[in-house]
Design a protein around this ligand. Structure first.
Ligand code: NAP
Length: 231
């Protein structure tokens, strides 16, 4: 049975994608710091605990994953954002954001590409609408997501002849715990925000395209603009 590796599978977009892949018949290996608290209880779901902003821990997980020849899908979902004036962001937070959002997806892709080539698999990188625009208080987050999108599009050019697809999914504001520590959040209105399941729908649609067709870049937005400022 084909196996999907999903980072950030404990909640939000990663959890929704994991649930969908299990429904589609994949084995799923979910990775995050609190993955043992995941609401996913499925015989084909395996949880691996790892802080993916720690390059040594990521290297250990990769050693483990490298022994699995059935890996066909890599979903790089884990990430976080801090949206403050640049000088207010600590070097430690800045560095963790760059590592988790950008370096780790590149390292996981690097380590799993042989299996993905063998299985003619697919990499999904969850970037952001911020990969496509330039917003204030978002310089680091935007740099990581624009970097991840550029990595995806460039890697596709390299691996397409091997039958591997690399997809950059660029979602707008999605109702998840991403905003828990932020000064703003998603709208309460359904047509002014995305749900995590909308991103899982995109993954499923791309997987169900006929062989020989590759969608490489997809932006998902709510129909209307909405944002709630917190008091
Ligand atoms: P979320 O609900 O906060 O989920 C974030 C996930 O990342 C969790 O599973 C979390 O698990 C994992 N994670 C965070 N830090 C980690 C670390 N150091 N090591 C391993 N895993 C870590 O947010 P989300 O909305 O689902 O976000 C998922 C991705 O979508 C992120 O890359 C985000 O940038 C992107 N995105 C989100 C939105 C949005 O509006 N929500 C829009 C565009 C793009 P643990 O806490 O268990 O480690």
């Amino acid at each position: 049975m084909a196996t999907a590796v999903v980072t950030g599978a404990s909640r939000g977009i990663g959890e929704a994608i994991s649930q969908r892949l299990l429904e589609l018949g994949y084995n799923v290996i979910g990775i995050s710091r609190t993955i043992n608290e995941s609401p996913i209880h499925h015989p084909n779901f395996k949880a691996l605990t790892c802080d993916l902003s720690d390059e040594k821990m990521t290297a250990s997980i990769l050693t483990l994953l490298s022994t699995d020849p059935s890996i066909t899908i890599l979903c790089n979902v884990a990430g976080f954002g801090v949206f403050e004036p640049h000088e207010e962001i600590s070097p430690n937070t800045l560095s963790k954001m760059v590592t988790l959002n950008l370096t780790t997806p590149m390292i996981l892709s690097n380590g799993l590409l042989r299996a993905l080539k063998f299985n003619e698999g697919i990499i999904f990188n969850i970037t952001s609408i911020e990969a496509l625009r330039h917003s204030k208080f978002s310089a680091i987050y935007t740099a990581t997501k624009a970097g991840l999108r550029a990595f995806s599009l460039s890697l596709f050019e390299e691996v397409r002849k091997s039958g591997v697809n690399v997809v950059s999914i660029n979602p707008d504001m999605t109702a998840t715990s991403f905003f828990d520590e932020l000064r703003f959040g998603t709208s309460e209105e359904f047509d002014k925000r995305l749900e995590a399941e909308d991103i899982a729908d995109a993954v499923q649609n791309i997987l169900q395209m006929r062989n020989g067709v590759a969608i490489t870049d997809i932006t998902i937005r709510p129909q209307k603009f909405g944002l709630e400022k917190k008091k």
